[in-house]
Design a protein around this ligand. Structure first.
Ligand code: GLN
Length: 547
């Protein structure tokens, strides 16, 4: 029998924490540092998850404009999160949970609600200790819920930001509490001065000084630069910032973000982390990643994919879609180039835009809300159907496909979605509001969010593509296919190939007489991974290259 105290000791096995902060300026890639660190740990069999602490005041990113903030990434449990969670999942291929995304807005709203309930017994509520205590609870809760050995925690924003201060204070307090079970990483920028031909370390020194003023001494410094960083600069940073030499990690700009874990590991990050966090020696194996990067570097052939979205040229607004397209391309040994198709211009018959539509090898109509550019999207779908050009519809893209089919094949000329017909002029809402009772997880919002199962019908392309009867995919929508029209659609070559287990909701549709015209009511892009491209994207690209 195991002695009681050993059982106790094992039960007390503490979670380790890796905090990631950023200095000097934003957009240096803290999310990639956090993700790459976690990927290295995971490759050695360490159970790891990543969480994001966002200093902004929105309660969650669900209502934030993709113009400002990029895409809203949806998790299995329906949490609407920052796009960084997408990077995390792509790098560690582990489904994260709502607890992994926390904003200042959520923290304050919970503390204030508790105050109203009288929880603080009339005491004065302050940032320290009450807000910081709540943040700490959230970090510890995420570690517990994800049940991990190591939790990587990314603090959003840049050191020195006013709104980020409570989070740095939490890092200080947690370091005090967890001691050697917590390390902090700080990412900074080394600007290159053309005139003197050198990389400067002063902004890094000042950034670390700012961290120290918050009571934090970083254990690792990640130095980002657009050029190769000489050893003596790394040594200089170690000396001035009081960090061990092998803990200054060069983070030079690379052509693919998936090369970053390899670069860090080459520099010995896995080993250094094991030493600093007192983990057993790590046997990291990043072979999959190096195969992927080799593939990316070797591909010479390029195909162009039309993306008929709303936020044109804004890669971040469609980050997961673009990553899913790229991953599928690499899988087949092809590079993919995104050609933005402005559907408002298609509506105006703009010759250049129509030419673009003609020249792309396939088209993706991604998710979206509101009626801007909708008629143009319907024309894009019509073009793809008639010209047999591969078409992949994602959420809104599936609704567009149904409307186009209704109008041009079923001759229902006023067919539309309830979403685009506020004045209720049309009698034919082939897409309509999801009846309330089906909004199982509805809380506050009215969207159907998160992972739900779907059943794929025998003999359909979807079933063949997935090679499975039951699948689970992530959703984010308010409208759905109107079942009153099912029979008429199916009788005319529009197959409903995936439905919810209760047969009520249409999940995947496909055009029978077409090389690849398939669309889903869910968002497959959220489950695509660089090492495991999503089957719908993979087969969409295959249909293009084998055409
Ligand atoms: N606007 C559509 C709906 O709410 C599509 C949503 C989406 O594409 N995510 O159903």
């Amino acid at each position: 029998m195991t002695p009681y105290f050993i059982v106790q000791f094992l039960a007390m096995k503490e979670t380790k924490f890796v905090f990631v902060t950023g200095g000097v300026c934003s957009s240096l890639g803290k999310g990639i540092v956090a993700s790459s660190t976690a990927a290295i740990l995971k490759s050695a069999g360490v159970k790891v998850a990543i969480m994001k602490l966002d200093p902004y005041l929105n309660v969650d990113p669900g209502t934030m404009s993709p113009f400002q903030h990029g895409e809203v990434f949806v998790l299995d449990d329906g949490a609407e999160t920052d796009l960084d969670l997408g990077h995390y999942e792509r790098f560690i291929d582990t489904p994260l949970q709502k607890s992994c995304s926390v904003t200042t807005g959520r923290i304050y709203s919970e503390v204030l609600a508790e105050e109203r309930e009288g929880k603080y017994l009339g005491g004065t509520i302050q940032v320290v200790p009450h807000i910081t205590q709540k943040i700490q609870e959230k970090v510890e809760l995420a570690a517990k819920k994800m049940d991990v050995d190591v939790l990587v925690v990314e603090i959003g924003g840049t050191v020195g930001d006013i709104e980020g201060e409570p989070f740095l204070e939490v890092l200080r307090q947690m370091k005090r509490k967890h001691g050697e079970n917590l390390v902090s990483m700080h990412l900074t920028l080394l600007p290159w001065l053309q005139a003197s031909g050198e990389l400067k370390t002063k902004p890094t020194q000042i950034s670390v000084r700012t961290l120290r003023m918050a009571g934090i001494q970083p254990d690792f410094i990640f130095a980002r630069a657009d050029v190769k960083i000489p050893k003596k600069i790394l040594k200089k940073i170690a000396f001035f910032c009081d960090v061990e030499e092998d803990c200054v990690i060069p983070s030079e700009t690379v052509s693919s973000i998936y090369e970053v874990p390899l670069r860090y590991e080459k520099f010995g990050l896995g080993e250094t982390l094991a030493r600093k966090l007192h983990l057993e020696q790590l046997k990291c194996n990043l072979d999959d990643w190096s195969d992927l990067v080799d593939k990316i570097k070797r591909t010479k052939k390029t195909i162009s994919i039309g993306l008929a979205g709303k936020y044109n040229e804004l890669d971040d607004a469609y980050l997961s879609v673009i990553e899913a397209i790229k991953a599928a391309g690499f899988h087949h040994g092809w590079k993919t180039e995104i050609e933005w198709i402005d559907t408002e211009k298609i509506e105006e018959n703009d010759a250049e835009e129509l030419q673009k539509l003609e020249s792309v090898a396939g088209v993706v109509v991604p998710g979206g809300f509101g009626n801007r550019g909708i008629e143009g999207k319907i024309r894009v779908a019509q073009y793809c159907r008639e010209q047999k050009k591969p078409y992949l519809g994602l959420c809104l893209g599936s609704q567009i496909m149904a409307i186009e089919f209704a109008r041009n094949i079923l001759n229902i000329k006023d067919a539309t979605s309830e979403e685009f017909d506020e004045e209720k002029k049309s009698k034919n809402h082939v897409i309509h509001f999801i009846p309330e009772q089906r909004n199982i997880r509805k809380k506050g919002g009215t969207m159907r969010l998160g992972a739900y199962p779907a059943i794929l019908k025998k003999g359909t392309k979807a079933r063949k593509i997935y090679g499975a009867e039951e699948i689970s995919e992530r959703h984010r929508h308010r409208f759905e296919f109107n079942n009153a029209y099912r029979e008429e659609f199916e009788a005319n070559g529009f197959r409903i190939s995936g439905i919810s287990p209760d047969h009520e909701l249409v999940e995947i549709v496909e055009i029978e007489d077409h090389p690849f015209m398939i669309a889903s009511q869910f968002h497959p892009e959220f489950l695509s991974r660089p090492l495991r491209p999503h089957p719908l994207f993979r087969e969409f690209i295959r249909a293009i290259i084998e055409k």
